[in-house]
Write a protein that binds this ligand. Sequence first.
Ligand code: KG4
Ligand code: ZN
Length: 355
Amino acid sequence: MTAHILGIETSCDETAAAVIKDGRWILSNVVATQMDLHAQYGGVFPEIASRQHILSIMPVIRQAMGEAQVTWDDLDAVAVVYGPGLPGSLLVGVNVAKGLALGRDLPLVGINHIEAHILTNWLAINGEPPPIEFPLVCLIVSGGHSELVLMRSFGQYERLGGTIDDAAGEAFDKVGRLLGLPYPGGPAIEQTARDGNPAAFSLPRAWLRGTYDFSFSGLKTAVLHVVQKYEAQPPKPRPGGTRRKLSMPAALVRPLPVANLAASFQAAVVDVLAEKTRQAASEFEVRCVLLAGGVAANQTLCRSVRERLDVPVYCPPPDLCTDNATGVGVAGYHALRGGRVSDWDLDVLPGLRLA
Ligand code: KG4
Ligand code: ZN
């Protein structure tokens, strides 16, 4: 089946559209990031995100179709992420997709955002579609999700485990803030960690043995305690008095070893993610392993998973790990092939799960 799918993604703070041919070939991939708008708040500001999606969505779609050199007549379906994500952001993409599909008499296909991340792995990069074989284990690690999933074929997902508190990307973002690094914390920590020693601080790993679950909140608190030890505490205000500014003698204020702390934190996260992925791959005797989601852009993570496994490990290029619409086009292709087309009452599901 030959098919050109327009993929649309507005689940968080990227307005994205892509045209994908046959679930493999990227004809265009346009992402309008809102990162600078949200950086001043240290995280995504939902109302600002949805307003910006409204402004960007049509120019982004027009650009994607222009770069792909396709007209509406060339398209076979409009695929759009309907969850999980921010409700107001998802609403923009879903309603625009409905309007376009209805107006152009095209099938509408609702796509799970997590599935889109996973299926990005099937795209041909440098002209070669990767020879992915089932069964496989996929580690999905993003700002909102951290899950290990067993996949036996397209559309068949068995959840092996996931985070019981923070998602891996959330932990990167929160620790980035503690270390005074710019938002988002993930890429900033990876960059800073390059100059650091991953063994400088012995930080805890929550193994949660006997499960494929993760927990990162203890690790985050451990980093906070290190930061507090290094920081000069401001004096407490005296009862009834005003806060008096004391200047700490320079010799008493130890500078925070940001690079070492970033490297040690990253090593702790990667250790747990990579080891649990190895265990799952071994237990289920899979033929390959996939990484997906924003944190999969982390090269230390990819390297560490590859080092521990003797089956092929696939990971999209970093710019396709973070939110974009290419995987939406791949997922739309497989849904269309399987006859899974959405009705016109498709609604957003902010808490949608994969399995
Ligand atoms: O998949 P994504 O773009 O959005 C969600 O679906 O959440 O993931 C964003 C997350 C952020 O938490 C960001 O800090 C993290 O991915 N991230 C990284 C890296 N690049 C992005 N984390 C670690 N290392 C990176 N290089
Ligand atoms: Zn995502």
